[in-house]
Ligand binder design. Sequence first.
Ligand code: FES
Length: 208
Amino acid sequence: MSVSQPFNALAANASDHDAERRNMVMLTVAVAGAATVATAIPLVSSFAPSQRALAAGAAVEADITDLAPGAIKTFEWRGKPVWIYRRTEETIADLPTLNDRLVDPQSEVKSQQPVYAQNVTRSIKPEYLVAVGICTHLGCSPGAVPKGTSNPSVGADWKGGFFCPCHGSTFDSAGRVFKNKPAPTNLEIPPHKYLSDGRVLIGEDNTA
Ligand code: FES
């Protein structure tokens, strides 16, 4: 299950996050009902993680085949929203120019990402950011704010990224937190790996 949106649409939805999560849970229940019917085909149903397994942290497969440059999709993993944001070439090129303004530009706080995301794009593939969409201050839902916005909350020469409406923390498009904001660390990058160009497994990787 996923929600696909243009990058800037996420901002408008940020304050509706709790309602969205409730809806996602309801949808999950609906999917669970459908899965019960599928038990008549044991070979197929055996590949699907049970709802109990999902709640305990089973990996979630994300289909990003239709994700356009500049768009973002939200998936649910362990009850958390996980964004997959497809960055443009321009967005990727902007990232190193922001380093001086960030708390942890090289992603040295090890708890916030796996080792393979300890780089300037915080990703396996620079084109895709896979990040938990929960603010590292007190857990609100940041919203996406595109480059060139007139939103005064993110300041002039904004290159695009995420803004938390609760206390004003800002993150760049790699989820790196800006200095002098309440959030202490970069957004969390979950363990993940690519099953193919268009499929990402969230919650599992190739590390031992
Ligand atoms: S919860 Fe995001 S800034 Fe406080």
